[in-house]
Design a protein around this ligand. Structure first.
Ligand code: SF4
Length: 70
């Protein structure tokens, strides 16, 4: 069984603070609208710790992480 991490943004909560990009620019990139795009929806496990730090850094709890067992 493999484990995957799926990343998304709840745009209903996100206020465009940008902490996610500062903490993990490999996965989050602010776009022209001032909102983060997710560059890697299923990032490699070497990025998981940084993605979790980005989730903790988000003041709006808008970084959504879903663990998938396959
Ligand atoms: S840190 Fe949170 S509120 Fe700020 S841009 Fe990223 S997802 Fe949106």
């Amino acid at each position: 069984m493999t484990r995957k991490l799926r990343v998304s943004i709840d745009y209903g909560l996100c206020t465009g603070v940008g902490a996610c990009e500062q903490v993990c620019p490999e996965v989050f990139m602010m776009n022209d609208e001032g909102l983060p795009d997710v560059l890697e929806r299923e990032p490699h496990e070497t990025l998981w710790a940084a993605v979790e730090r980005a989730q903790e850094a988000c003041p709006e709890e808008a970084v959504v992480l879903e663990w998938i067992e396959e």
